[in-house]
Each structure stands twice: as C-alpha cells, then as structure tokens.
Design a protein around this ligand. Structure first.
Ligand SMILES: *Cc1c(COP(=O)(O)O)cnc(C)c1O
Length: 225
C-alpha cells in the first residue's frame, strides 16, 4: 500500500525548504534530493512539477517500478539517486536508470557498477557513527574505496553519510569528519542531512540534503519489515 501525496502541499514544502536552505547557507548552494521511497509514482511527479529533478530511492524494485510508470518526458527529466543498501545482483536492473549511486560502500559493488554502468557517477557512503545496521564503509576505508572507484573508471563525485539518530552533537562531529575527508580527497559533493538533521548538516558543509518525510509526510510502513 502506498500513501497518496498532495502535489500542491509538496510544492509548498519544497518552496519553503528552498527558502530555509538559502537562509541557512547564503553562500553555498545546497541542493535537494527528494526521497520518494514508500510513496507511489505521484511523489516523483509532484517533485518534478515543483522543479526538483534529483529523486532518491532506497529499494531497487521500487525504483524500477516508479521509473516504468513515468512518461518518456518525465524519465528524461529525472535524475535518480540510489540511496539504499545495494546487493550486487541488483545493479544490473538499475544500471540504465540510476544517475548517481550514492550508497557505494565496498569493492565488489564498485566493480559491479563499473562493469554494468561504465563511468557512472558514484558517491562513497561512509558509516560515520560505526553503527553496523547502517550501510557505509568505515571511515578508514574511504580513501582506498575512492581510489579503487577512480581506478576502474567511475566518476567519484562525493561522499554520503547518515547522521546519528536523535543526537545533534554526535551528528555535527560525524558530519564534520565526513566533510574533512571529502576535502582531503578532493570531492565536491557532501550528501549529508535528512529531514531531522538538515540544519546540523548544512552548518557542517552539506552540498546536498536528502529529504523524504519533510516533503511528502509520513511513509507507509514497509511490507515485511
Ligand atoms: C529514507 C532516507 C532519507 C530520507 O529520510 P527522511 O527522514 O524521510 O527525510 C535520506 N537518506 C537515506 C539514506 C534514506 O534512507
């Protein structure tokens, strides 16, 4: 079951969020990835209608299904960002659809993306809080993974991280480490900040926030999870 979205309300929330981001970060552009997991195809449509083109999804099947329901013109405009834990055997079904692979966290995944989508844009996901239930590579492996991805011809555009739930001080510190690492490695994009911690992330140097509930409201619980 999917929750319906109200396109007018989504447009207003996008507008308000853009205002807020430009206040929080007057000198640096912070772009929005609209995270549509848990919603139907009306969610990416509402985001597109309001001018957002970067759409994020966590599950391969769900992304493919939404993509298939879109018109050729809508498909042309959307830039899909894959954000979820990714099994190697799902890469093939996504290779011709995904524009930016944000949740790349291990060598076998890098190799498979390089094989199925040569030259693709990727971000290395780091597990800053070292919480095993979250995806992402240990920070110490970040530099080697970036090097490997570059070696196999991928276009490494940045790093991605998820903050510590409910702990702003921890999130500020972990986001700060991620931004420092991105700078060391010469990576322009820092994909940090979600609905509940975007202010901390922007203060630490986010260039891209990933917002789901803050735009579309509460998600339906995921079947079987
Ligand atoms: C679900 C998800 C988001 C969006 O989270 P909200 O709290 O709904 O804004 C962002 N990034 C990742 C990796 C996610 O899984």
């Amino acid at each position: 079951m999917t929750v319906q979205v109200n396109a007018q309300l989504v447009a207003k929330k996008i507008h308000d969020l853009q205002e807020r981001l430009s206040q929080l970060s007057p000198d640096r552009d912070v772009r929005i990835v609209a995270v549509t997991k848990g919603f139907g195809v009306d969610a990416p449509r509402a985001a597109l209608a309001a001018g957002l083109t970067m759409i994020g999804e966590n599950y391969a099947q769900e992304l493919v299904s939404k993509h298939e329901q879109l018109s050729p013109i809508e498909r042309e405009r959307i830039e899909w960002h894959f954000l979820g834990r990714l099994q190697r055997n799902k890469v093939r079904s996504l290779a011709s659809i995904v524009s930016v692979w944000q949740s790349v966290d291990r060598v076998e995944l890098i190799d498979e993306i390089a094989r199925r989508a040569p030259g693709a844009k990727v971000m290395i996901q780091l597990n800053l809080s070292e919480e095993p239930q979250k995806g992402g590579a240990p920070v110490l492996e970040g530099s080697a993974l970036v090097g490997h991805a570059r070696d196999v011809g991928l276009d490494v555009v940045g790093v991605m991280g998820v903050g510590s739930a409910g702990n702003r001080a921890d999130s500020a510190a972990t986001f700060g480490r991620l931004v420092a690492l991105a700078e060391d490695l010469g990576l322009p994009e820092r994909s940090i900040g979600m609905s509940d911690d975007l202010e901390v992330a922007v203060a630490q140097g986010s260039t891209m926030v990933r917002i789901g509930t803050g735009l579309f409201g509460a998600r339906a619980p995921r079947d079987g999870v």
